[in-house]
Design a protein around this ligand. Structure first.
Ligand SMILES: Nc1nc2c(ncn2[C@@H]2O[C@H](COP(=O)(O)OP(=O)(O)OP(=O)(O)O)[C@@H](O)[C@H]2O)c(=O)[nH]1
Ligand SMILES: [Mg+2]
Length: 336
């Protein structure tokens, strides 16, 4: 389970002011008060949306202001209300109000598709002077201002399940792949066990479609016995729908590498062996161009025969087959 966070600032619209106005008509000596009310300010409203999976949008776009209400006008005309702002949030999002002292209060739990919850209510419009006429004061000269709203800090929290888990030996290029497919910025280096903590990235497939990929520390033979960083990190990909295995193009024995990885997973949890998976040959750019096809063919044939698993050669650095990989993973997830 990973947690997706975003901190945003919202402001509902101010109410429009009520106005002071008197009727002026030809041949009417003394018109009465006819100042209209101000319009209500727009609200900031959360809407549950089953098609949104992450809080990614709210990490870039951080300020959400609803429109102010317009002032009233003569002839008792109320000012138009301000437009609302709608925040489409993934189901499962919790919304907290953050006070100045840092204390947080939960104000909403988004659970249903299309459910609307007001996070910040627009200010009431002020009253125009037409409201204040009385038998003793038939020409009131005052109106009230619209209500002003405050800026609010909100924290959005979504507990995410990863969809795709990356599995490979140390240095296979897992973190690099995550960094080119998502906006996550994991540490990358040419030594083993660079990744010490699991990391999550959101892979965007189209405007509304994305999936979550988890990068975990490298696995080595004997991980289940505590070798390397051990296998406790496998819990983070235990419930992903798909596993993506990375085997380096330079691996002396890809079949054996894959078998070792699978057996470590199996020894951790036999069920993991049954998950749908895809294998990629990583760092294809390190293979001379005229040898790439033959290498891919050879490994694909072996994998088909030994495991019934298909293989896709990729390169994060050389940008080879990355789109294809993204779509294949997405298709596999859809089929789940
Ligand atoms: N040429 C080339 N180098 C790559 C590619 N992908 C990763 N590398 C290099 O391989 C090294 C290891 O990459 P990482 O992404 O840190 O590998 P990792 O699998 O996350 O490694 P651990 O976290 O240690 O398990 C780094 O020096 C990367 O720059 C690639 O597509 N082509
Ligand atoms: Mg890494």
């Amino acid at each position: 389970m990973f947690i997706d966070h975003a901190r945003i600032t919202v402001k509902a619209g101010n109410g429009g002011d009520g106005v002071v106005s008197f009727r002026r008509e030809k041949f009417v000596a003394k018109g009465g008060p006819d100042g209209g009310d101000g319009g209500r300010g727009g609200s900031v409203i959360a809407v549950g949306d089953e098609n949104v999976n992450t809080l990614l949008d709210y990490r870039y776009n951080k300020l959400f202001k609803a429109e102010n209400g317009k002032p009233g006008s003569g002839a008792r005309k109320s000012g138009p209300g301000g437009a609302n702002v709608y925040l489409r949030l993934p189901l499962g999002t919790e919304v907290f109000r953050v006070e100045e002292d840092g204390k947080k209060f939960k104000i909403a739990d988004i659970t249903h598709h299309n459910e609307e919850l007001v996070l910040a209510r627009g200010g009431h419009g002020g009253k125009g002077n037409s409201n204040f006429a009385t038998p003793t004061n038939q020409a009131p000269r005052h109106a009230t201002p619209g209500k002003h709203t405050h800026v609010m800090e909100l924290e959005l929290v979504l507990k995410l399940m990863a969809d795709v888990g990356l599995v490979g030996f140390p240095n296979a290029g897992k973190s690099t792949l995550l960094s080119v497919l998502s906006s996550a910025r994991p540490k990358i280096a040419d030594y083993e066990f660079t990744t010490l903590e699991p990391m999550l990235g959101v892979v965007r497939v189209s405007d509304y479609q994305s999936f979550v990929m988890a990068d975990i520390p490298g696995i080595i033979e004997g991980a289940h016995l505590g070798k390397g960083l051990g296998h406790q990190f496998l819990q983070h990909i235990q419930r992903t729908s798909i596993l993506l295995f990375l085997i380096e193009a330079g691996s002396p024995d890809p079949v054996n590498a894959f078998r070792t990885l699978r057996s470590e997973l199996y020894l951790y949890d036999p069920f993991m062996d049954k998950k749908p998976c895809l294998a990629v040959i990583s760092k294809l750019d390190t293979v001379p161009e005229d040898e790439r096809e033959a290498l891919t063919e050879a490994i694909s044939a072996q994998f088909r025969k030994e495991f019934g698993v298909s293989v896709l050669p990729i390169s994060s650095v050389g940008q080879i087959n990355l789109e294809e990989l993204k779509y294949r993973l997405f298709r596999m997830l859809k089929e789940q």
